[in-house]
Every structure is written in C-alpha cells, then in structure tokens.
Design a binder for this molecule. Sequence first.
Ligand code: C2E
Ligand code: MG
Ligand code: MG
Ligand code: MG
Length: 291
Amino acid sequence: EAKSAGYNQRRFYSEAHDRAVRERVTLFEELNSALEREEFELHYQPEIEWPSGRIIGVEALLRWNHPSRGLLGPGGFIPLAERTGLITPIGAWALANVCRQARLWRDLGICPPIVGVNVSAAQFFTASRFESDLARELDMRDLDPGTIEIELTESVLMQSSRGETTAIDRIRALGVRIAIDDFGTGYSSLEYLLTYRVNRIKIAQQFVRGLPHDPVSATIVRATIGLVQEFGCEMLAEGVETVGQLDFLVQAGCQSVQGFYFSRPVPAEEVTQLLRRGVIAPEDRASNTPR
Ligand code: C2E
Ligand code: MG
Ligand code: MG
Ligand code: MG
C-alpha cells in the first residue's frame, strides 16, 4: 500500500510538472509572437522634484497586453524573456518606442529633462547590439542624448570589466545618462560608483517602504543619501507611497521622488496630460486610483 501511495505521489508530481512545463512553453510561444502582434505597451511614471512638484523625468515601464490574461506587468514575463533571450528584441522595441515618444514630446514642447528606460543585463551584454541600437535611434530621431537615461542594475556594473573601456563608458560618451536602479539591493562595491561616473542612483523601494519608522530603513536611506552627496551624484527615491516617507526623504536631503503617492505608471496619453501641466501635487493625482 505504501508502495502504491508513493507511486501515486510520483505520478501526481510528474503530472504537475508536465503541466508546469506545458504552461511555460505556451507562455514562451505567446511571448515569442507578442512583438509581431503588437501586444506590448509602455506606461510612464513621473519623477517629481519636491516640494516644487515639478516633473523632472518619466520612467518607461513595459506592459504586455496578453490576449487572454489582460495587462501583465514585467514581473510576469521579463524573467522568462531574460532566460530565453527574447529580452533582446523586446528591449530593442522598448528602446525604440521610448525614443519615438521622447521625440514626440519634444515636438510638442513638453519633453521632460529625463526619459528613462530599463535595460536588463542579458540585453545590455548582447554583443554591442544594444549600443548600436541606441546610437542609431538617437541619430534617427535627432534626439538630445542627454534626455535619455538607461537604468541598469548593480549586477550590470559588476559584470562590466574594469580597466578597459566598457559599454557603460561608450554609452556615457554618446551623452546618454546612466542610472543605477534599485540601488542598495545588489552586492556591488561602492567602488563601482566611482569607476563608472553614473549620473544618478535610484534608491530602492525596498528601503523606502520602511520609512519613516523602521530604524534600519531610516539608517540605510540616510547613509545612502550622504554617500551619494559625497560622490556628487544625482539621486531619486523609488516607491514613495505616503507623506511620511516623502517628508523623511526631503528632510534627509533627497528631493527627487517617484511613487504611487504622486502617480502610478500611466499610458503615454495620460502622462502627456501631466507633462502639459509640468507639475504634479498629491491632491490632484488625477489617475492615482488603483488600476
Ligand atoms: P523598476 O525599474 O525598479 O521599476 C519600478 C517598479 O516599482 C515598477 O514596477 C513600478 O510600477 C513600481 N512602483 C512605482 N512606484 C511604486 C510605489 O509607490 N509602490 C509600489 N509598491 N510600487 C511602485 P513594474 O512596472 O511592475 O516593473 C517591475 C520591474 O520590471 C522594473 O523595476 C524593471 O526592473 C523591470 N522592467 C520594467 N520595464 C522594463 C523594460 O522595458 N525592460 C526591462 N529589461 N525591464 C523592465
Ligand atoms: Mg527602473
Ligand atoms: Mg527600481
Ligand atoms: Mg528594477
């Protein structure tokens, strides 16, 4: 009896496993055709200088309008895209669209100083294709390269080889901005901050979440702000949801913020409305209802 129970259990595991594999294969096939079916869209989240409320930038965040599952956030498909290499064409699509949108805003006279786009390590290191795509887009759209900010994670800095000219140096030489995303969550040495003169660091939401009361978060954030000031680097705090978090950050010396407190990531047309006004205050968070 014990034997057959074991057998049944094994069979159960293997059926569940088969199902999981089939689901992954389906998702892969769907993701593979999502580009040609034009199912991707970019939403944009404003970056605010406080207390002026001025919009100093926007960050592009990828969404997949899945035929049956609805709008999916990057968490649901970016890891698969990274594992399978699909991130390279998907990321190229995102980059091209961000540049197209930045040019549109410039033509309307409402382009924010910074238009940010996230780039995965897997995409960044694909045999210099990223760099040439970037240079071509800037050239084709006749964009001011200083408007575009590439958001990299600490893992990209770690994988870059020091001492030689790296992709990061070459991108900086194009005049494009580099930001370090989710700063503090990786394992990179502080030395990297000096090695690659990055323009900006984005303090991870993970540390902002505990503000103002959690003493560990408060210490980490204060120390990070002090460090970034020493380096003469720009900074922004991610994931600001409450006035308590905002007040703490501004008092600690970080006046650039991004988060649901001001606005969720919204479709291009909606962020265009915000950019026309140029400023945003929590009390007029037009589209800040949960979506
Ligand atoms: P990220 O670059 O750190 O982006 C910030 C994430 O935090 C976004 O999630 C945003 O919606 C969310 N967020 C912003 N403010 C708040 C807040 O106040 N509270 C909370 N709880 N969350 C907030 P999203 O859009 O799901 O993106 C997740 C990650 O996916 C991004 O993290 C980025 O690493 C990656 N990603 C997004 N778009 C792209 C892309 O085009 N290419 C690549 N390679 N990665 C992307
Ligand atoms: Mg980002
Ligand atoms: Mg981040
Ligand atoms: Mg991130």
